[in-house]
Design a protein around this ligand. Structure first.
Ligand code: GTP
Ligand code: MG
Length: 370
């Protein structure tokens, strides 16, 4: 922030510099005319002249990129893949998510899933995978339109009895635009009318070609409703994740994205966050979109209280001064004052912007950003 010298203050007050020095001396501050004064001293002198000091808003650079540190290669460790499930209406996305959750989410939490945090972790052979619970298209459109990319792998669910449909194509386009690998889950294999060959044939048109046909796309036949093929699908996810070499540095201030947020009567602003890098801890000073605060409490996808969350972990936190929006990014600051300054500046900028341009945002603008 900007500082003021004794000389500078004298000029601002239209007083003789020697007069200011005398007053300072009276206050017990021995100062020369080129000396910087702290805020308190400035305020004391001013109040002596019946001048009120309006604190200038410190214009912080609020771009998170400025505050995120580069990593040394040696600090990076493997992190779980973040997976989104996409596909046409009724092709079985929700059933698949449920099936994975029931067969693969750590046992012993019966009745423990009290929270709905928009994401959860499954485990296979001791390796974790994070699934986003939001319908894939939404996750992609709203998140990507706001500059956030959180998905590492897209699962494209195609019903074997229905084949490629308009939203299947939409999903492919989203995944391709985001440059994330696609695994095809050919669902409803239990149905008599299931025709997986047709699905594979139709998808060749979109450059999704199975390995058997000389391509490189992984196809997994499943029955979400019967829980068949789920293990194989998870194995394939882990295989792709390994090829992607997904890494993060757990030894730094956390960074990530809001999955979901709402106002809770008792707890105030509640935000579901996906930690994408670093480790998030209870007590951290955090800026989340245009909101800020300190992480008061944190729970995991099983509703258990935790005090630390590593990369690719979905958590729910309280302690923010307002409700952020899905797709907002967050960053932890080791300096609490810095977090507050940046949070306040962002909040003010947001108020100004939303006043000025509310009417200007059209659907077309939104699509342009996607
Ligand atoms: P939207 O959220 O509406 O886009 O649908 P969705 O893709 O989530 O599909 P959902 O999981 O709701 O499944 C749609 C219907 O298909 C339901 O009646 C499911 O029971 C049924 N279904 C899902 N998976 C299977 C399956 O493997 N086999 C059979 N036979 N039916 C399935
Ligand atoms: Mg659904």
């Amino acid at each position: 922030s900007e500082t003021l010298t004794v000389n500078g203050l004298a000029e601002k007050l239209h007083k003789d510099v020697s007069e200011i020095i005398k007053k300072l001396m009276f206050l017990g501050i021995m100062a020369t005319k080129n000396q910087d004064l702290d805020d308190d001293a400035v305020e004391l002198i001013c109040s002596d002249y019946n001048v009120t000091v309006e604190k200038e808003i410190i214009l912080e650079d609020t771009d998170f990129d400025k505050y995120r540190k580069e990593d040394d290669e040696q600090d990076l460790i493997e992190r779980p893949a973040v997976v989104t499930i996409m596909g046409h209406v009724d092709h079985g996305k929700t059933t698949l998510l449920d099936s994975i959750r029931h067969t693969k989410v750590t046992a012993g939490e019966a009745g423990g899933i009290t929270q709905h945090i928009g994401a959860y972790q499954a485990e296979n052979d001791g390796k974790k995978v994070t699934f986003l619970d939001t319908p894939g298209h939404e996750a992609f459109t709203s998140m990507r339109s706001r500059g956030a990319q959180i998905t590492d792998i897209a699962i494209l669910v195609v019903a074997a009895d229905d084949g490629v449909m308009p939203q299947t194509v939409e999903a492919i386009n989203h995944a391709k635009a985001a440059e994330v690998p696609i695994i095809v889950a050919v669902n409803k294999m239990d149905k008599e009318t299931a025709n997986p060959d047709r699905v594979m044939q139709e998808l060749t048109e979109y450059q999704l070609i199975p390995e058997d046909w000389g391509g490189s796309t992984i196809f997994v036949p499943i029955s979400a409703i019967k829980g068949e093929g789920i293990d194989e699908l998870l194995e394939m996810i882990l295989l792709v994740a390994e090829m992607e070499e997904l890494k993060a540095n757990p030894n730094k201030a956390a960074f990530g994205t809001v999955i979901d947020a709402q106002l809770d009567r008792g707890r105030g602003a509640v935000a579901s966050l996906l930690v994408q890098d670093g480790t998030l801890s209870v007590g951290d000073s955090i800026v989340v979109g245009n909101t800020f605060g300190r992480v008061r409490a944190m729970v995991n996808d099983l509703g258990q209280r935790i005090d630390k969350a590593e990369p690719s972990t979905p958590v729910e936190i309280t302690g923010l001064n307002a409700v952020p929006q899905a797709g907002d990014q967050f960053l932890v600051f080791t300096d609490e004052r810095k977090a507050r300054q940046i949070g306040e500046t962002r909040q003010q900028q947001h108020i100004v912007e939303s006043r000025g341009s509310q009417a200007k945002i059209s659907l077309d603008d939104l699509f342009e950003q996607i």
